[in-house]
Write a protein that binds this ligand. Structure first.
Ligand SMILES: [Zn+2]
Length: 384
């Protein structure tokens, strides 16, 4: 199976300390597994937590001894059922491309106190590349395995993001099958669900805190005709105040025809601000307490320590230009249980509010008008 990937915002596949200057298989595999696990949970399966209670393959029990995620991606004693090779689109040679992607600092100014905060972000989306999937050994990467990967990739392309730092804007990708057979051979989501359900697998202990597609909400955002994040906006009206080359510490000129703008920090800041207002989070008999809200806000948005935003359940993309219609877009998506903590439920309602949420985005970006289209409701809407 050959899949072409075109990054629309920079793809980050390095480790947390890495410089992010090449595309790594490990980063793509890790992200695929993360989304696949969310899809499994949304379908009533319980993949294991590799850090806490990983599966251990027992030869006498076979596949039944390990969870569905380990059956596809491998674990101790059981090898991954497919191999992956990253290749160049034009000649199918192995990808060995250092990305000339300077890291820039984006500064965000707090209008109330004038203080700046900076983020290091890669600047440009990478060129297209392809992922080649092959069976690891005879009998593996069958139709069910193939469908597991293909449906996961479709979810990522249409509603999510690939790689790391996806909560901070990276990893919006366009994905296409290189051959029609890959497209038509794949099991439908209904067939996939049935086939997977018939495979014996270990059900790990419930991990309610982990991403589950049953809790998935989000929006696609499109800027109005003619509304664009040009240099004038960036310098004069936007809350993002300047770009600086993080390695050489000098100001970066605003590109002439950008296809992506590192705007996610501004939207994340606005969401954090919304989650600081106790009146936004009603509880029976009044509003939530300040300390309780702070705790829930950290659980939802993650801790921004240095350059990492680990543990965020809310993902905000940068603004990017869609190839087909040449319009500026962005997406916000989140894993928020409807019956979760009060702040989770309140934020979930905000994301689905057709009036309040566009207003919040227009304020955060300093760009209007924009239109907001909610993601489908319920799992079946995501994978027709
Ligand atoms: Zn497992």
């Amino acid at each position: 199976m050959l899949i072409t990937v075109k990054p629309l915002t920079p793809l980050w596949t390095g480790d947390a300390e890495g410089s992010g200057d090449s595309i790594r298989e490990s980063g793509i595999l890790g992200s695929l597994r993360w989304w696949y696990e969310a899809l499994l949970r949304g379908n009533g399966h319980e993949p294991c937590d590799l850090g806490v209670e990983p599966c251990l393959y027992e030869p006498d029990r076979g596949q039944a001894s390990i969870c569905h995620a380990c059956q596809l991606f491998g674990c101790t004693g059981y090898a991954r059922r497919f191999t992956v090779r990253l290749i160049n689109v034009d000649d199918n040679t192995t990808l060995n491309r250092k990305i000339e992607n300077q890291l820039i600092t984006v500064k965000l100014r707090n209008p109330t106190n004038g203080h700046d905060r900076g983020w290091f972000v890669p600047w440009k989306p990478q060129e297209s590349f392809a992922i080649e999937f092959r069976p690891a050994r005879p009998g593996t990467f069958d139709a069910v395995d193939k469908a597991s990967i293909l449906h996961t990739l479709r979810l990522i392309a249409q509603f999510g993001a690939l790689g790391a730092r996806t909560s901070q804007g990276q990893g919006i990708v366009n994905i296409t099958c290189r051959t029609d057979e890959d497209q038509s051979d794949a099991l439908s989501i209904v067939e996939w669900r049935t086939s997977l359900g018939q495979r014996p697998a270990r059900q790990a202990q419930s991990q309610n805190a982990w991403p589950n597609f049953a809790d998935f909400v989000g929006v696609h955002v499109t800027l109005g005709p003619g509304v664009q994040p040009d240099q004038n906006w960036w310098e004069n009206t936007g809350p993002l105040v300047f770009l600086r080359d993080a390695q050489r510490n000098r100001t970066v000129p605003y590109p002439a025809n950008p296809v992506c703008v590192p705007s996610a920090p501004a939207v994340r800041a606005e969401l954090r601000s919304w989650l600081r207002t106790t009146a936004n989070v009603p509880i029976p008999g009044g509003s939530i307490g300040r300390a309780e809200l702070e705790e829930q806000r950290h659980a939802i948005m993650g801790y921004a320590k240095g350059n990492s935003a680990q543990g965020s359940n809310v993902f905000v993309s940068h603004l990017y230009k869609e190839l087909e219609d040449n319009q500026w877009k962005m997406r916000v998506f989140a894993f928020l249980p409807a019956n979760g903590a009060p702040a989770e439920a309140a934020l979930r309602r905000l994301l689905q509010n057709p009036v309040a949420f566009p207003k919040l985005l227009e304020k955060a970006l300093g760009l209007s008008p924009l239109t907001v289209a909610s993601f489908p409701q319920g799992l079946n809407g995501f994978l027709p």
